[in-house]
Design a protein around this ligand. Structure first.
Ligand code: BGC
Length: 399
């Protein structure tokens, strides 16, 4: 039987991109709290980041790849610990580096989407308490102001803090991110409030600096499902992890949605997806439809346009990545057809890279990176995704 096809068109100007983060790809990020954390004797991190993908040196090659696939945007983060290596000491050389990256993106037809904080902080900042310190919003704001003076005229879109809800949960709940504190829910909630005010401070600084670009927060979200009796714990989780942040984005230009799966809640609270559920090597339930669901919820709660600033799958079977992205984009397209204002989709990630606590044992990339030579080899999924981006049309096989 011949396979039928259904075409789904995305609007002109839709952002098609891919994302990375400094600590996961640059290499040698030794002045950050993450480096310290992953190199401690008793660390929970399976291996240190070391040279990562050597992108500090190979950033032009990375940009060439993104452009060659046919994408129109690239999200990357700038590393606070390089830009402000000691409190109040700013490195113009580091700022110049990131300026070259922004300009390099633009010269290749890519909109530079800049994240100011993606999980890693300078060691001096961690030493004064990181985002537990009442000084954090002011210090983060000062760093953002400095960056804005240097880069404001070349930034295309700004993401203030990446997944602040994960920073606090992993750092003070599960203890698998710095500072490695477990089960301190009061501290987790307090850190959430400080992170939110640091975000708001950053928005003000960026707005009053040079350039004119949309500014938003990028939040980790999941499709949250309660079975009977699980509603209360679902709502509690939703409040701490998502709604408290979503409410704090009033006046922003967009909300960045980042999602990978869905979570289930029963009478005993958080529970697994149940027997027989398909899962990914990260241990997540295979649920690409979470993209449409979370985008809908984020838009409804905030009233802001949505950019899906991260979504993707870790797999060594690249055909699965194509399947995942197709299903994710179908769910997004359905939401757009229902009137949800969605402006873009950024696949996580460009490269197979340092997956935090999991080290190099996860494979989210559109591009494989040889761990010894750093040679980059695009996968079939990069060509597939690029073709969708170039044409703006997703072809979905139907039965
Ligand atoms: C983070 C990325 C991470 C990805 C995959 C997101 O939570 O922003 O840094 O690599 O998920 O786990």
């Amino acid at each position: 039987m011949a396979t039928q096809r259904e075409d789904r068109s995305f609007p002109e100007g839709f952002l098609w991109g891919t994302a990375t983060a400094a600590h996961q790809i640059e290499g040698g990020n030794w002045n950050s709290d993450w480096w310290e954390f992953e190199n401690k004797k008793d660390t929970v991190v399976v291996e240190p980041s070391g040279d990562a993908c050597d992108s500090l040196n190979r950033w032009e090659e990375d940009l060439d790849l993104v452009a060659s696939f046919g994408l129109n945007s690239y999200r990357f983060s700038i590393e606070w610990s390089r830009i402000e290596p000691e409190e109040g000491l700013f490195s113009h050389a580091a700022l110049d580096h990131y300026r070259r990256v922004c300009l390099g993106a633009r010269s290749r037809g890519l909109l530079p989407i800049v994240t100011f904080h993606h999980f890693s902080s300078p060691r001096w900042f961690a030493a004064i308490g990181g985002f537990e310190s009442p000084r954090a919003p002011e210090l983060f704001g000062r760093y953002v102001k400095k960056c804005s003076e240097w880069l404001g005229d070349v930034i295309g879109l700004a993401c203030t803090i990446n997944e602040p809800n994960i920073v606090s949960m992993m750092g003070y709940g599960l203890g698998v991110f710095p500072p490695g504190v477990q089960n301190a829910s009061d501290r987790q909630v307090a850190v959430n409030a400080i992170l939110l005010s640091a975000h708001q401070r950053a928005v003000q600084e960026l707005r009053s600096g040079p350039g004119d670009f949309p500014i938003g927060l990028t939040l980790s979200m999941a499709e949250l499902v309660a079975t009977e009796g699980g509603e209360e714990s679902r709502d509690e989780f939703q409040e701490v992890m998502e709604d408290s942040y979503l409410r704090g984005t009033k006046g922003d230009d967009f909300i960045g949605v980042q999602c990978y799966s869905r979570f289930h809640f029963g009478p005993q609270g958080f529970r697994g997806p149940g027997p027989g559920a398909r899962s990914t090597p990260m241990g997540y339930e295979w649920w690409p439809q979470c993209v449409g669901a979370t985008a809908r919820r984020a838009a409804a709660v905030t009233g802001l346009p949505v950019v899906v600033t991260e979504n993707g799958v870790s797999t060594q079977n690249d055909a699965e990545r194509i399947e995942y992205v197709t299903e994710a984009l179908v769910s997004l397209h359905d939401a757009m057809n229902d009137g949800v204002d969605i402006r873009g989709y950024l696949y996580w990630s460009l490269l197979d890279n340092f997956e935090w606590t999991f080290g190099y044992g996860q494979y989210f990339g559109l591009v494989e990176v040889d761990r010894a030579s750093f040679v980059r080899t695009p996968k079939a999924s990069a060509q597939f995704y690029g073709a969708v981006a170039r044409s703006g049309v997703l072809e979905v096989p139907t039965k």
